[in-house]
Design a binder for this molecule. Structure first.
Ligand SMILES: [Zn+2]
Length: 449
């Protein structure tokens, strides 16, 4: 068992300047009334190297932590509790003995893995991955340890639900004075004596540079518990985050004899660090006359995102070359999807954008919203007559063409993939006025001009 070794790690580990890092961290934890101790996996590894005596008795703290994190955390928490008990027993009672150990910062080239590569061989292991948050659920509270009362013998039985699934005892195994087990089968959950924990689910997706064109993008559920839930309030959709986590599984439906026992993988987050948007060279954006209102990686997003400006002007941009394709749509999201599909197709129609795209890396492409109408500014057309709706549509089309033409003229033509424009702000060799007349003709009314 590693409890003793963790205890000596917490007490004896020294950083480069000779400071007892974890001894100090634990004092701080008590002082600040925190419930989680962050433990650098790199420190675990270094500890063994720097302390040959410990290495002799226990060379396994580091490999144990990455190969069997659940067990390692259990042992480390035991050690931590016993140290806190020595320092301030009252505090341990105050936090109801709930202490978390949060591994983070593994040495480079050890447990880093791309989301797309997570398979069955990682189950039960500790991994570190960079991913993008694409969805978050509201926080919730789940029963973690249930205290049950046997209705036959009145004994109390604690049950720990590691994966959150409610599993009351099946029968009572408490030995009775006559030497036999009670075997009672009815239990009462004592809610007030049970332990609950905050939990929150996120859906995370691979980072753009791992996304391969033409292949579906993988995403996975990731759960945060306890004090991490509070910390997760800083997480925003589309944030890029480094997660340290365990890969776990649960049956994806109720298991029945003779049926295929399939399990869903999910991640139990131990530690996370928000690193924000990618640090890309943005000099061309700053120098250009077009500054996007919103930027997304071109691939892997349109399925998940709810755009709050779905009507407007967008651009597909190679942020390295500074080239753009500018378009307008009254349903930007589905138009985005069409573009992605078109670019992913092996054949398909050739155009300037596609030709350039095939010679460059997909991760250099972004989807920009340049200008758009916020959804809440649009009138509710539900009860309008069909004719009024048609006019409104025509008005929107006209407005979009006008604005598209404006933006097309902001870009140096050499950088533009659009073919059907010229410098005088003409769309498709038609003036906007002609286009509008055409729209009205379709509506059966060309008398306005
Ligand atoms: Zn009983």
């Amino acid at each position: 068992m590693n409890e003793e070794q963790y205890k000596s790690f917490f007490y004896e580990f020294r950083d480069n300047s000779g400071q007892p890092t974890y001894d100090m961290k634990i004092d701080k934890l008590i002082q600040n009334k925190k419930r989680s101790l962050e433990v650098s996996i790199t420190d675990l590894q270094n500890f063994e190297i720097l302390n040959p005596e410990v290495e002799l008795t226990n060379p396994l703290l580091f490999p144990d932590a990455i190969n069997g994190p659940k067990e390692a955390i259990k042992e480390a928490v035991k050690a931590l509790k016993s140290i806190i008990r020595e320092k301030d027993e009252e505090y341990l009672r105050l936090i109801k003995h709930r202490i978390n150990l949060r591994f983070y910062s593994p040495p480079k080239g050890t447990i880093q893995v791309a989301l797309k590569d997570i398979d069955g061989s990682y189950i039960g292991k500790l991994i570190e991955l960079e991913a993008i948050v694409i969805r978050s659920d509201p926080e919730n509270t789940i029963l973690e340890t249930g205290r049950f009362e046997c209705l036959t013998c009145r004994s109390l039985i604690d049950r720990y639900f590691s994966d959150g699934e409610y599993q009351p005892p099946v029968f009572c195994e408490i030995q009775q004075p006559d030497g036999n087990n009670c075997s009672g089968r009815s239990f009462n959950l004592l809610k007030d004596d049970s332990d609950f924990v905050d939990i929150r689910r996120f859906e995370i997706q691979d980072v753009p540079e791992n996304i391969e064109v033409g292949r579906s993008v993988k995403s996975i559920s990731a759960y945060l518990r306890d004090d991490l839930v509070r910390k997760s309030e800083d997480i925003q959709i589309r944030d890029r985050i480094i997660f340290t986590c365990m890969v776990d599984t649960r049956p994806n439906r109720k298991m029945q004899r003779g049926q295929l026992a399939t399990f869903d993988r999910f991640l139990e987050i131990i530690h996370f660090k928000i690193i924000g948007l990618e640090d890309k060279d943005t000099s061309f954006i700053e120098n250009s006359k077009i500054i996007p209102l919103e930027r997304f990686p071109l691939f892997g997003y349109h399925n998940e995102i709810v755009l709050n400006r779905n009507i407007g002007i967008y651009a597909i941009t190679n942020i390295k070359l500074g080239t753009l394709y500018i378009g307008q749509s009254s349903d930007i999201k589905s138009r985005w999807g069409n573009h992605v599909q078109e670019l992913n197709k092996e054949n398909g129609s050739a155009n300037n954008l596609k030709e350039e795209f095939l010679m460059n890396h997909p991760r250099d492409y972004e989807f920009w919203i340049i200008e758009g109408i916020k959804d809440d500014l649009l009138p509710n057309t539900e009860n309008w007559s069909d004719e009024k709706k048609d006019y409104f549509k025509a008005f929107i089309s006209f407005f979009l063409l006008l604005r598209e033409s404006y933006w097309l003229n902001q870009v140096v033509p050499d950088l533009l993939h659009n073919v059907n424009i010229n410098k005088s702000g003409v769309y498709g060799n038609q003036t906007l006025k002609e286009y509008f007349i055409q729209l009205l003709t379709k509506l059966g009314n060309s008398t306005i001009f």
